[in-house]
Structures are given as C-alpha cells and as structure tokens.
Write a protein that binds this ligand. Structure first.
Ligand code: AMP
Length: 415
C-alpha cells in the first residue's frame, strides 16, 4: 500500500511531463492572444463555497467531494472545480473595481470522488478560463472560439461542438413545469437518481447517461422553444457570431445545467474517439453565481478543459511532439586526475547557458561515451591527462565524428 498511489490518481513521470508542458504552453500562448491572465487559487477552500457555488443538488457536491475537517474543526474541501474559487477570489480581491471585464485563466489539479476509468480520475487537471463582467453574446463567442482554436492548434480534428441555451430564472421555471408535465407519467421508467431529480432538478434528467432515462425523455419539449425574448435574442446572436467565425456547431437540447445561477449559453466539445469519456471541454454562462457568492450581479461565462483527456486524444492521433533529450555537450574526464578540471568546465558551461552534463558514477571512458550517446549529446569534451596538462580538451562532434583539440576556455565558442 505504501508504494501504490491512491486509486484514481497518477504520477506524471519524467517521460511524459514534457507532453504536459507542451499542452500547458499552448494554453498559455492562446490566453496571451486573447488577453486572459493567469490566476492561481488554493487547492482547498471552505466547503461552504462549493455548497453554494456548485449547488447541493449536483452530483459533484452530493457524492464526489473530498471534504475533511482540519485541526480546528473547520470543514474544508479539495476543489472539485475552479469556477467557485475564482469567483471567491474575484470578490475577496475586489477585482471588479479594477476593470469592468476581468478575464482569467487557470491550470491545476481538481479532485472528485468518482469511479475511476479511462479518462476519469479522482485527481485530474483542468485548464479553464473565466470572463467576469460582460453580458453580451460576443464574449460567449470569444470563449467558445478560444477553446476551438486551442484544440485546433494542438492538431485535434473531428471535434464536435454542441451548444444550447438553458434560459434564465425568468423563463426556466416555465420550461421546468413543461418538462415535469411531460415526464409526470413516466417517472417509473426513470433510474433512481432521476426519480429524485424529478422534483429537485428535472432538467438534469435530460443529460442522464442511463439509456432508460434517455428513452423516457426522448420526446420532451426543448428549452430553446421556451426562452424569454432576452435569452432567445442572446442565443440567436451567439449563433450568428459563431457562423461568422466559421465555427461548426450542433444544437443539443439535452445539454443542461440545472441550477439557477447557470444561465443562457451552455456548450460542450466532444472528441468521439475517446469513447465513454468523450467530453474534452465544457462551459457556459453563470450570470447568477457572483451574486450567489455575495457580490453584485455580474454576468459571467467560463469553460474548463480536461487536460488528461486532451493528452489521451493527442496520443491517440500521434500529435505529441517527439521527445527532445539532446544536450549540447557531455564532459568526459579520463581518470580521476582530470575530474576536477572536468567539473569546473561543466560548471562554467552551465553558468553560460550551455546544456551540459557529466558522469557521476565513476564510469570509464567507454561507459561515458555510451552515456553521451544515450542522451544524445551533440559534442563530447574528452579530458585526458595530456590535454589537461595543456589546459585543453578533445572536443568530439558526435554527428560527424571529427575531433578537435581546443582550449578549455574555447569549448563554449566551438559549440
Ligand atoms: P466539468 O467541470 O464537469 O464541466 O468538466 C469539464 C471537463 O473536465 C470535462 O469536459 C472533462 O474533460 C474534464 N473532467 C471532468 N471530470 C473529470 C475526471 N473525473 N477525470 C478527468 N477529467 C475530467
């Protein structure tokens, strides 16, 4: 047990950490293009924040949180997602006073107690963005286009973008009633989770993965047919903006988030080859959340991308860059007498920004050449006793095999 990571967690080993750095860098580059600045919040928060900010009726809060009490009996929770924490920080740090629109991004681990499977973990990582303060549909379009451009830049094709509108506290109750009316005679056919959702959160029945529930709700009315004028206009404008930007999308009336502070736009991007866990990105508008957390009403929208799933998708399509372990030079002393000079050369080279290494395991010269090839090293600086006596090294170009005797102070220039 001591040498096994907890179920649903995984180590990111040196062989794959470069892949993570690559996708993280692509995300950072995109955010720079669109003007989103990084925020880093703690990995745990007061439990209360998530009860409020995600909603007590959601699966995340009711079944999946890692909650614990600390030594002073405070209830804390490892963050299961980051929007609530970003909103908390936005309010606590009065970011709203700095500008009318606040655009933030984050990258980091999230924690959910769920049944682990391929593409679903208990500690996973999300890249997310949040735009707080703007209510018009163009920011919705920007957020969606940012996600599409990110995935395209990583080389992913065959993506499906689904969009819907979940209305607002004005029009949604009307829809809720219509939906309940439709499902009333069918509650027997629903799974036990959905039976309890019927009263609390009936819209969530629409996106239940259980096939019986899908069948029972097949002919259910669509929320887009029940939107108030404002929500309907917003959704129409969004579609026009996406079309103008040549973004393909499909309307999906089953894409829902049942809570009051989720409003208007909801969207998801799927990468079908991932199978059961095909959602790589999800997002939407949450015009009521900032107020729910104690701030002024602040129209906002955000998204989150699952990094492990992106990595799986890139692996599947062979889109990860080849590993680059090459170093500039491997310093190879021949015997103990020249080790001191070799070590000094190594330090000088590194100080000057040259990627250099040497043997620390007392290998003989043959073993050291093997090491140099393994990297691979572009050059090997061999230091024998004769060379050392003259302050010189034998610099071997590993590609051409050509050797040249150079002053040790000249090695850097020769590289
Ligand atoms: P959500 O916060 O549930 O809207 O999820 C946003 C994205 O995070 C999803 O589209 C997934 O790509 C990813 N995600 C959510 N839960 C997990 C999990 N347990 N393991 C891995 N990725 C996840």
């Amino acid at each position: 047990m001591l040498i096994e990571a907890p179920r649903g967690t995984q180590d990111i080993l040196p062989g794959v950490s470069a892949n993570w750095q690559y996708i993280e860098q692509t995300m950072r580059d995109i955010c720079r293009l669109y003007g989103y600045k990084e925020i880093r919040t703690p990995v745990f928060e007061h439990t209360e924040l998530f009860l409020r900010g995600i909603g007590e009726t959601t699966d995340i809060v009711s079944k999946e949180m890692y909650t614990f009490t600390d030594r002073k009996e405070r209830s804390l929770t490892l963050r299961p997602e980051n929007t609530a924490a970003v909103v908390r920080s936005y309010l606590e740090n009065k970011m709203y006073a700095e500008s009318l629109l606040t655009k933030l991004f984050y990258i980091g681990p999230m924690f959910r107690y769920d049944r682990p499977q391929a593409g679903r973990y208990r500690q996973f990582h999300q890249f997310g963005i949040e735009a707080l303060g703007a209510k018009g549909p163009s920011i919705d379009a920007e957020v969606i286009i940012l996600a599409v451009q990110l995935l395209e830049r990583l080389g992913l094709t065959d993506l499906n973008l689904y969009v819907n509108s979940v209305g607002c506290p004005e029009c949604r109750p009307v829809y809720r009633e219509k939906l309940q009316e439709y499902l009333k005679g069918k509650t027997e056919e629903l799974c036990s989770d959905c039976q309890s959702r019927f009263d609390r959160n009936p819209m969530r029945i629409l996106d239940c993965k259980n096939p019986q529930c899908g069948e029972a709700s097949q002919g259910a009315p669509h929320i887009v047919d029940c939107l108030c004028d404002e929500c309907s206009n917003h959704f129409e404008q969004l579609k026009i903006l996406l079309q103008a930007a040549n973004i393909n999308f499909t309307l999906n009336p089953r894409l829902v988030r049942g809570l009051d502070y989720y409003t208007k736009t909801a969207f998801e991007i799927q990468y079908a080859p991932l199978g059961a866990q095909s959602a790589v990105c999800g997002g939407g508008r949450y015009d009521g959340l900032v107020e729910e957390c104690g701030g002024q009403p602040t129209a906002s929208i955000g998204l989150a991308v699952g990094m492990e799933r992106i990595l799986l998708a890139l692996e599947k399509q062979n889109l990860l860059p080849a590993a680059n372990n090459q170093i500039d030079v491997f310093v190879a002393p021949m015997g103990k007498e020249t080790q001191g000079m070799a070590f000094k050369l190594l330090c000088d080279l590194r100080k000057n920004g040259i990627i250099a290494d040497m043997d620390f395991m007392d290998r003989n010269i043959k073993g050291q050449m093997k090491q140099a090839n393994k990297y691979p090293a572009r050059f090997v600086a061999i230091i024998g006793e004769d060379e050392a006596a003259q302050g010189k090294v034998m610099l071997k170009n590993m590609e051409s095999g050509i050797q040249e005797l150079v002053d040790s102070s000249e090695v850097q220039n020769k590289l």
